[in-house]
Design a protein around this ligand. Structure first.
Ligand SMILES: [Zn+2]
Length: 340
């Protein structure tokens, strides 16, 4: 079922009607997940032997070699949740079938979930699956800039460039943005991370971590980016000759991405993003942006479930306390190359 080039109607549902048809029972969802998780056939998580398991009651899988018992959800983001797989799958469809995704409140309503927390935690578990460590770095010509994201728990996200004066009464988060730019026009992939501050110590490692050496980095005239030229990067600082040149002229990619991010936080999430959890929203935004040209929404559903089956579990406390992978142990157990 796993394909280098998954096909609508064969590897993933084409439409909502087909989705309901394919995933009408817990068994159907479990068997789909099993194929995503072990595309080469069941592989025992305890001893590593690849052999068809004994199928015991309650969908337990028993290794013929070491008798270890597991389930298709154990060790994935679906581990030990009381939410049925059918609901998880429907949530994944909602998240991926709408261009801008869905808020926790929206998800709670559309799935008829009894609590907001359940919807909120499901979305955060899926966001964890959207992070891919060791992703291919950006290459070619890459614009890099930093910006302040003033966030508050209530409505009212405002995004400003670092050079602007900070907004009062909100929690300021500094983000670093990198955008591949194509000639003569158009943008490629992006990376957005929260960083400690608009400093050399934060931004130079951000570039090293996310951009291939040899790439040409376009930045503003700030001295922060000076060390890049000693790091194997080409550096094209844009020195503003007059104050009348607006940011979208000097760094159009970064400007565009920040304005889309702002619109997304204000629109889909009504600006209600807890600063503590902002990393996950940035991950989701980058996941969506980097797959904006995906041939179909169904393909995104397929990729999201594939990554979910390869991402280790998080408890409600993990999510609430925000142990984001960028600051903790890697959460992805194995990587699959995703080109969708
Ligand atoms: Zn085994």
């Amino acid at each position: 079922m796993i394909d280098a080039d998954p096909v609508a109607g064969r590897n993933y549902p084409k439409t909502w009607v087909q989705f309901q048809d394919w995933f009408a029972s817990e068994d159907a969802c479990a068997s789909y997940l099993e194929k995503l998780r072990w595309p080469g056939g069941f592989c025992c998580p305890a001893c590593g032997v690849r052999d068809a398991p004994v199928r015991a009651s309650r969908r337990r899988l028993v290794c013929r070699s070491c008798t270890h018992q597991c389930s298709v959800t154990a060790g994935t983001i679906f581990d030990k949740t009381r939410t049925p797989l059918r609901v998880w799958f429907a949530a994944a469809w909602q998240i991926t079938s709408q261009k801008h995704g869905v808020s926790a409140l929206g998800l709670q309503r559309v799935l008829g979930l009894s609590s907001y927390q359940t919807a909120w935690a499901m979305l955060h578990r899926f966001r964890r699956a959207m992070v891919r460590l060791q992703r291919e770095k950006l290459a070619g010509t890459v614009e890099v800039d930093e910006a302040y994201l003033p966030l508050s728990r209530g409505p009212g996200v405002k995004v400003k460039r670092v050079s602007s004066k900070a907004h009062n009464n909100s929690h300021l988060v500094v983000i670093a943005v990198a955008v591949e730019v194509h000639d003569p026009k158009g943008f490629g992939r992006i990376r957005i991370h929260r960083v400690q501050g608009p400093t050399i110590d934060a931004l130079i490692p951000f570039v090293r971590e996310n951009v291939m050496p040899g790439a040409t980095i376009r930045t503003d005239g700030s001295a922060i980016y000076g060390p890049l030229k000693h790091d194997g990067f080409g550096h094209e600082p844009f020195v503003q000759l007059g104050t009348d040149i607006p940011a979208h002229v000097s760094l159009p990619g970064v400007h565009r991405v920040i304005s889309l991010l702002k619109r997304w936080l204000l629109g889909t999430h009504q600006g209600a993003v807890d600063p503590k959890h902002v990393d996950y929203y940035l991950d989701e935004f980058a996941f969506r942006f980097n797959r904006r040209s995906s041939r179909s929404r169904g393909m995104l559903f397929y990729r999201l479930l594939q990554q979910s089956a390869a991402t280790t579990p998080a408890t409600y406390a993990n999510i609430r306390d925000n142990d984001h992978p960028s600051r903790a142990e890697p959460r992805i157990t194995h990587l699959v190359e995703l080109n969708g």
